[in-house]
Design a protein around this ligand. Sequence first.
Ligand code: AMP
Ligand code: GLY
Length: 423
Amino acid sequence: MKVLIVGSGGREHAIAASVAKSTKVDKIYCAPGNAGIGQIAECVPIGAMEFDRIVDFAKEKEIDLTIVGMDDPLVGGLVDELEAAGMRVFGPRKNAAILEGSKAFSKDLMKKYHIPTAAYENFDDAESALAYLENAKMPVVLKADGLALGKGVLICQTLEEAKEGVRTIMEDKKFGEAGNRMVVEEFMTGREVSVLSFVDGKTIKIMSSAQDHKRALDGDQGLNTGGMGTFSPSPFYTEEVDTFCRKYIYQATVDAMAEEGRPFKGVIFFGLMLTQDGPRVLEYNARFGDPEAQVVLPRMKNDMIDVVEACIDGTLDQIDLQFEDNAAVCVVLASEGYPVSYDKGLPIKGLEHFENKEGYYCFHAGTKQTEQGIVTNGGRVLGVTAKGANLKEARANAYKAAEWVTFDNKYMRNDIGKAIDEA
Ligand code: AMP
Ligand code: GLY
């Protein structure tokens, strides 16, 4: 079969690598892809938001299955457009992708269906948000309603900071249209866990847990980024946590979406915080995590195509989803200066070290193929991933492999997975 993947990051490289393992697949295309994806798929220069061109391409090449990896096209309704053209596609429709596309929607959904999350209020204008803050407990969390590349969340320690935050989001529109509405939320503390799941509209199957490191610098200092590294499984995701989440969060979310007339098919990513009062939902995403996919998918035993087709066909209950009894760690190699400003176009050396190395992966994020070779083309450049019998071994392997690759301005965190020492 012919598969088209939409996106261009490390997540899409990990998806493509999983798809490539399937015996059912003859050809993979990726729009627009990157240099690493180009080694296992044919990259086509079509942007992920160019819906008409994607639909035309899928029809012309008689694509059997399209997998949409990224949030923007999902929230924008690419799945609906492909379906309208008679194509098979994996991912939520627009009316379900709103689970990620609007934080106000997801908070209201959780409240209505009693899914545990932080207390909150939604606001449509700055004035009422400012008035509310006068009596709110600090610290407080402000969230732009819409998609903001993971950056639309402000944690404010004082009333002054919070007022400034409201102005930044709703008046200065720092996150654009995403700031037309805003959520003001109770500040919670605890460990964060990412749980990805496959969903077919009614059945949900949970993947192995993971943890991301969102801050730019060691010790969780510095600015929020798209993610500087991950590990899987999370030792903090205990059986007790799992039991709680299965009882109160996972199926409840799927049922709530169905009840609202928005059946969800695709991947639901539960961003959880393990608080003293039990697990709470921090956020939902409507897609695989990046870089969570890079540590979860290489450990999945099932044929990716079987699982994806079961989600589309509503037969996920017949799939026995299984993961290897090992661990994986992903260390992101970024360009110094990310997430603010950084150089691009720097030659990358040493990628050949990953060829034919069982258990080691170099997922490309911001890279580009040029006549001179592969060069950097983004803030997050590569996601070096390694497996190991356990987390400690996987971490040692990943940091060893991170030294195989070099480029000017190469920057990484040195403490990815360090938290496991405390487990
Ligand atoms: P989100 O995009 O909603 O996941 O938020 C980004 C990050 O902000 C999360 O990964 C948390 O570290 C932090 N965060 C979000 N909401 C809260 C909250 N209610 N309390 C504490 N931290 C939060
Ligand atoms: N790693 C967090 C995300 O994909 O949103």
